[in-house]
Each structure stands twice: as structure tokens, then as C-alpha cells.
Design a protein around this ligand. Structure first.
Ligand code: SAM
Length: 246
């Protein structure tokens, strides 16, 4: 009973925010942001625009990868004293390739209840529209830019689940070329750009075809890359094994 009473008072809300289209904020997310004592935001100026749009007047405080370590203890103390906090990132769901994991873990370790509202995140719409199997998938986030990059990719050679990557536009072509070399030219993929924004686009094809396309016209905007898992093409179409699938 004591535990339930504490959980009524002490809470961290993890609140997803739009990934491009402000109208994707849910009623509940706005109500939550209005009702908490403090909002922790990755970039307060960026989040201030969302709050202004929805007339949220709650105090904002910056919480990002450079200060999260030193803020965790005082924030936990604040919640233990009864404060309710909301954590947001610049876009999408906090802790998904964004700060949040350390604070959530500290809450769990200290018996503070955490609630994550369902809401926007870039990889789900990209996976769904890719046309690649969505029954089993793995989220890989950003590949390392240099050190460890090749190892991460070769570690995925036998991955059968659909793979999800976040990528910066200036690195997309190199990533597609590296994947073509490591996985195979025929492996199917989908590049989703600017999800939920005015110029949302999806480019589907083999890794070889996508390399050719982005060699001709470099990618712009925010990108999610979906890559089919090993053997899925064959399994789905009941074909004989291709050279890369053995
Ligand atoms: N927390 C976010 C989420 O839940 O998806 C991800 C944050 S991560 C720092 C930013 C990356 O997410 C971008 O570089 C891009 O790969 C992807 N992303 C975010 N918004 C996107 C959008 N509107 N369209 C395509 N990709 C997007």
C-alpha cells in the first residue's frame, strides 16, 4: 500500500513529441506537459516553440547528453520530494537515440514510477511503409561514423530480422555502399525521408539501386533506413537461395 501511495505522487513522464508535424502531438501529451512541475528538454529553445503552439506554461529546464550525468541525482531528489517531471527530446520519443535512458534507469533503481506516453517516433512509420517484413525487426540506431563501424555491420551479416537504422543525409550514400558490400547488392531496403513533413518521400529498391539513385542526387533531410534481413526475400517468395543468402 505504501508503495502505491508513493507512486501516486512520484513520477517521471516520458513524453514523445512530433517528428515534424506539430499536429502529431497527442491531447494527452499536451495535458501531461501542462500538469507536471517541470519539463526537462534536450534543447529548451526548440521545445519552447512546441509549448508556445499549445499554450503550455510549465517551466523548462535543459537536460541533454552533456549535463544528464550531473543532473540525475538532484532530479531524483526532487521527485522523491513529490515533484512530477516530464522528459522530452527535440523530436520523437526520448531514450530512442536520444537522452533518457540514464534518468529512467535511475528512477527504476530508486522506486520512482516512470510512465512513457505512446507517441511519435521516426522508426515505426518508416518500418511500416517500407513494405519489408515488420513481424520481427531490430533497431540499430546510428552506425558509428568511423571506429567500430565495419564491426557493427559485419556483426549483422546473419541478421534475419528487418534492420532499422537512423542516418544523417551526408552519410547515407556511404552507408548504403558499405551495406551493399557487406550484405549484398540485391538486399532490399527503403530510405524514408522527412516523415510527417511536407516533402515526405520513400525510396525503395535493392541496395545497388539505392546506391545508384543517391550517387546521382544526394539525400537531404532526416532519414530512416530500413534493410531487409538475411534470407527474408527468399523465404517470403519461396525462391531458391541467392548467392548472398547461403
Ligand atoms: N527520438 C527520436 C525518435 O524517437 O525517432 C530520434 C532522435 S535521433 C537524434 C534523430 C534521427 O531520427 C534523425 O537523424 C533521423 O535519422 C530520425 N528522424 C527523426 N525525425 C525524422 C523524420 N521526420 N523523418 C525521418 N527520420 C527522422
Amino acid at each position: 500500500m505504501q508503495r502505491d501511495r508513493i507512486f501516486d505522487v512520484v513520477k517521471l513522464f516520458v513524453v514523445p513529441t512530433p517528428i515534424g508535424n506539430l499536429e502529431d502531438a497527442s491531447f494527452r501529451s499536451i495535458e501531461c506537459l501542462k500538469s507536471v512541475d517541470l519539463i526537462l528538454a534536450e534543447d529548451t529553445r526548440h521545445t519552447a516553440k512546441l509549448l508556445k503552439h499549445y499554450a503550455v506554461e510549465t517551466t523548462l529546464r535543459s537536460f541533454h547528453m552533456h549535463n544528464e550525468h550531473k543532473l540525475i541525482e538532484p532530479l531524483i531528489e526532487r521527485m522523491q520530494q513529490g515533484g512530477t517531471l516530464a522528459l522530452v527530446s527535440d523530436a520523437g520519443t526520448p531514450a530512442i537515440s536520444d537522452p533518457g535512458f540514464l534518468l529512467v534507469r535511475a528512477c527504476v533503481d530508486n522506486g520512482i514510477e516512470v510512465e512513457c506516453l505512446p507517441g511519435p517516433t521516426a522508426f515505426v512509420p518508416a518500418l511500416v511503409v517500407s513494405g519489408l517484413p515488420a513481424d520481427r525487426f531490430c533497431f540499430e540506431g546510428f552506425l558509428p561514423a568511423r571506429k567500430g563501424r565495419q564491426k557493427r555491420l559485419t556483426g549483422l551479416i546473419d541478421e534475419q530480422r528487418t534492420m532499422i537504422f537512423y542516418e544523417a543525409p551526408h552519410r547515407l550514400l556511404r552507408t548504403l555502399q558499405d551495406m551493399r558490400n557487406v550484405f549484398s547488392s540485391e538486399r532490399r531496403a527503403c530510405v524514408s525521408r522527412e516523415l510527417s513533413k511536407r516533402f515526405e518521400q520513400h525510396h525503395r529498391g535493392s541496395l545497388a539501386e539505392l546506391c545508384e539513385e543517391f550517387e546521382k542526387s544526394p539525400a537531404r533531410g532526416e532519414i530512416v533506413l530500413i534493410v531487409e534481413g538475411k534470407g527474408r526475400h527468399r523465404a517470403e517468395r519461396n525462391e531458391r537461395p541467392g548467392s548472398d543468402e547461403c
